[in-house]
Write a protein of this length. Structure first.
Length: 347
C-alpha cells in the first residue's frame, strides 16, 4: 500500500485506488488479501460505506467476527441499514451472540421482508456455526414471507436433518423437488435427503443425474464427491478418480471456496499425494484462518512428509482454536453446545 495516505480524513487518489483494489479482491472471494487494502482506504475515500462494509464482509468471511461487529456498528444509521443488519447478524452468529444475532436479523427482515438472500445468508451463517435451532428460526421467518422459496425449504430441511428430525426434513426436501423440479436445488435436495438417510448410492445417483443436467453446479459436484467418499472408496478405484475429478472441478470453478480446497486436499491426502494435499490445505488455511479443519489435516500431511515441527505447529494452533471455541460456546444454548466437535467444523 502507498505510504502517502494522509490521516486527516481527506480523500486521496491513492486511497481511492486502494478501495477499488479491495473491492475487486472482495468480489473475487480473496477476502484475506482484500483486508489490508480496505484498511488503507478507510478514512481517506469518498465512499466510506463501501470501504467499511467490504472490510466487514472480509472479516466475517475469514472468521474475524469481533472486528466485523465493530466496523458494522459504526455503519448503522444510514440508507444501507438492511444490508448492515444482515451482515451484523452473521457476525453475531459467528461470535456465538445469539440474542444479538436475532435482534439484528429481525431488523433486517423488517426492512426487507421479501429479500430471499437475507434469509439464505443468515441461515448459511447458522449452518457454518452449527447452530441448527437458530437456523430453523431464520428459515421459518423467511418462509413466512416467501412460502414458495425452494431454497429456503431446502435450508430448513437441512436444519431439521441435523437436528435428527428426519421426517420433517424429508417433507421439505420433497417440497423443493415439487417447487423447482429438474433444477440444481432439486437434485441437491434429493442427494442430501439420501445422504441423511444413509443411502449413499441414492445420493450418488441423484448427484450424478443432476451433474449431467447442471454440470456447472459446484454444490452438486461437492455432494457427488462427498457421497463417493462416504461409500468407502479407496485410491485406485474408478469411483475414487470420479470423486477427485468432481472436487478438482469444484476448486477450478471456485478457487476461493475454502470447503472445496479442503475436500480436494483431504482426497489427495488419502492418495498420499502429500505435496498436492498440503498445497490445497494451505490455501484453505489462508482463505479462512479461523476454520480448524485445514490445521488437523495439515498436521497429518506434514507428519507423513517427515516435517514434525510443522505438524506440531499445526496442532498447537488447532489446540488454541479449540480452547477459544470451547470458551465462546460455554454459555451458548443447548443445541449449539451439542453441535461442537473437538476436531472443529469443516465448512
Amino acid at each position: 500500500m502507498s505510504s502517502s495516505l494522509v490521516s486527516n480524513g481527506t480523500p486521496t487518489p491513492e486511497a481511492e485506488t486502494e478501495l477499488q483494489t479491495g473491492i475487486k479482491l472482495t468480489s473475487s472471494g480473496s477476502f484475506s488479501a482484500a483486508i489490508p487494502h480496505l484498511l488503507g482506504a478507510r478514512g481517506h475515500v469518498t465512499d466510506e460505506y463501501a470501504a467499511g462494509f467490504d472490510l466487514a464482509l472480509c472479516y466475517v468471511a475469514t472468521g474475524q467476527f469481533k472486528d466485523a461487529i465493530a466496523v458494522l456498528t459504526s455503519l448503522l444509521g444510514g440508507s444501507h441499514d438492511a444490508s448492515v443488519y444482515n451482515l451484523l447478524a452473521q457476525a453475531y452468529i459467528g461470535n456465538n451472540q445469539e440474542q444479538l444475532a436475532l435482534d439484528s436479523f429481525g431488523k433486517a427482515a423488517a426492512l426487507t421482508p421479501a429479500n430471499e438472500k437475507l434469509y439464505l445468508f443468515v441461515a448459511d451463517a447458522c449452518m457454518d456455526s452449527q447452530n441448527y435451532s437458530l437456523g430453523l428460526k431464520v428459515a421459518d421467518r423467511g418462509l413466512q414471507n416467501l412460502p414458495q422459496s425452494a431454497r429456503l425449504h431446502y435450508q430448513r430441511g437441512t436444519f431439521f436433518a441435523h437436528l435428527d428430525q428426519l421426517d420433517l426434513a424429508r417433507k421439505d426436501f420433497d417440497l423443493v423437488q415439487t417447487l423447482e423440479p429438474e433444477s440444481d436445488i432439486a437434485y441437491i435436495a434429493q442427494a442430501e435427503e439420501s445422504l441423511f438417510a444413509g443411502d449413499t448410492s441414492g445420493a450418488i445417483q441423484a448427484a450424478r443425474t443432476g451433474i449431467a443436467k447442471q454440470p456447472a453446479t459446484t454444490a452438486l459436484l461437492t455432494i457427488f464427491g462427498e457421497a463417493l467418499v462416504r461409500s468407502g472408496i479407496a485410491p485406485g478405484q474408478p469411483e475414487f478418480a470420479e470423486a477427485r475429478t468432481a472436487f478438482e472441478k469444484s476448486v477450478a470453478a471456485r478457487p476461493n471456496d475454502t470447503s472445496a480446497q479442503i475436500d480436494l486436499g483431504k482426497l489427495y491426502l488419502m492418495e498420499n499425494r502429500l505435496d498436492n494435499a498440503i498445497a490445497h490445505l494451505e490455501i484453505a488455511r489462508r482463505l479462512e484462518p479461523g476454520n480448524p479443519s485445514p490445521y488437523s489435516n495439515l498436521a497429518r500431511a506434514y507428519r507423513r512428509r517427515g516435517e514434525t515441527a510443522q505438524a506440531q505447529e499445526m496442532l498447537k494452533i488447532l489446540s488454541a482454536m479449540n480452547r477459544e471455541q470451547a470458551e465462546r460456546i460455554a454459555g451458548a444454548p443447548g443445541d449449539s453446545k451439542a453441535s461442537y466437535v473437538t476436531a472443529g467444523k469443516e465448512k
